[in-house]
Ligand binder design. Structure first.
Ligand SMILES: *Cc1c(COP(=O)(O)O)cnc(C)c1O
Length: 385
């Protein structure tokens, strides 16, 4: 989502540049920008959904929660809107204290930001000088190469295995003297599998303590496997771990931009220094606290999404699809060169989904009707060979 905003901004910048260049010479402007920006990957947005008339369209392309905010959360959002003439609480006190209590950690270990992507940017900015290395799996979250390149750091991408799993042994081997950060995405977006507790423990035992290991748990709440990762427990054991979490997915607050890290107090202080001042706004702070208060209601929704995910995955496998373990709120269809073709089939049925180059297609678990359609289209497409 961050990437999409950025690309629109880039488009606008490109247009401005064109207008400028018609007035001046070759490059268009004598202004000097950082060379590092040339290495920032361009975001390729999904095609707009061309819905056949009279057909309901569903957005299954951004791993959003299909449920609207709970009434109790919506009320808090409305009330908080009345004070937006004031700056937010810069220290994010109420939310930080509430999280500290819920996670049984000291408030000094918590740093918030504008979504966990915002917090991730703070981590990279705090840790990386130009030419430093950031190790992560690939394919993984699209924001990783962007935040790395923005810092002028080098992305060291370690391919996932055939099941879409992190190869943590190979990632540990990829750590050098220049490595400042390793990113572990569990469950991995877009391929689906979560990392197991035992394998992450073994990995952390191998990584030097000076290297930050960020465990991105954006989809934590959807994991039901028996070896479910407890990154917080590992953080107590390895102080170089940074646990990254968000209110965007299970909590359904993607539009409000609020996420947080649990980290060593020294790291958390650095994350506060690199944060956008007043970045987490008053409405987001209040809504996040209200969501934590409404956890019992939200858990019911998460359970429903998990049940739907398992229903979809089982149906796809019964159709003959070979798909990796789906531990998040999405399924991964590794169709390679035929990705664009599959996207077109989904779009014709009113489903917006996301292609990742010629690797595959990711489909978010959405409304029950949307999931029914997903199964139907995937079945037809697979049967047509
Ligand atoms: C969606 C997602 C996030 C969350 O981003 P926010 O900025 O918190 O909305 C973080 N990491 C991964 C892997 C994601 O897929």
């Amino acid at each position: 989502m961050l990437a999409r905003t950025r690309s629109r901004r880039t488009d606008r910048a490109a247009t401005d540049l064109l207008e400028l260049s018609s007035m001046s010479d070759d490059d268009g402007t004598p202004v000097r920008l950082r060379d590092a920006l040339d290495a920032v990957p361009a975001y390729v947005p999904g095609r707009p959904l061309a819905t056949p008339t009279g057909m309901r369209a569903y957005k299954l392309s951004s791993n959003e929660n299909p449920y609207p905010p709970l009434p109790s959360v919506l009320k808090v959002i409305r009330d908080a809107a009345g004070s937006v003439n004031r700056y937010p609480d810069m220290a994010v006190t109420a939310l930080t204290d509430r999280l500290a209590e819920a996670l049984a950690v000291d408030p000094s270990c918590i740093a918030t930001g504008t979504g966990s992507v915002g917090v991730l940017g703070q981590v990279i900015q705090a840790a990386c000088d130009p030419e430093d290395e950031v190790v992560f799996a690939w394919r993984s979250f699209e924001a990783y190469p962007i935040v790395t390149a923005l810092a002028g750091a080098r992305a060291v991408m370690v391919p996932v295995d055939e099941q879409g799993r992190h190869r943590l042994g190979a990632m540990a081997d990829a750590v050098t003297d220049r490595t400042k950060v390793v990113l572990v995405c569990s469950p991995n977006n877009p391929t689906g599998p979560a990392v197991g507790q035992g394998e992450l423990d073994a990995f952390l035992a191998r990584v030097p303590e000076r290297v930050l290991v960020v465990v991105d748990e954006a989809y934590l709440e959807f994991v039901t496997s028996p070896d479910r990762l407890d990154a917080l427990a590992l953080w107590h054991k390895y102080p170089n771990v940074v646990v990254l979490r968000t209110f965007s997915k299970a909590y359904g607050l993607a539009g409000l931009r609020v996420g947080y890290a649990v980290a060593h107090p020294v790291v958390a202080t650095a994350l506060r220094k690199t944060a956008v001042p007043f970045g987490v706004n008053t409405i987001a702070q209040a809504a996040a606290v209200a969501s934590l208060d409404a956890e019992d209601e939200l858990v019911v929704r998460v359970k429903d999404i998990v049940a739907e995910r398992d229903r979809v995955a089982a149906a796809l496998r019964a159709q003959g699809w070979q798909i990796p373990t789906a531990d998040g709120n999405f399924v991964w269809l590794p169709v390679g060169e035929r990705s664009a073709d599959l996207v077109a089939a989904f779009e014709a049925a009113g489903l917006a989904v996301r292609a990742y180059g010629t690797d595959g297609v990711r489909v978010t678990i959405g409304e029950h009707k949307a999931n029914d359609l997903l199964i139907e289209v995937a079945g037809r497409w697979h049967a047509a060979g």
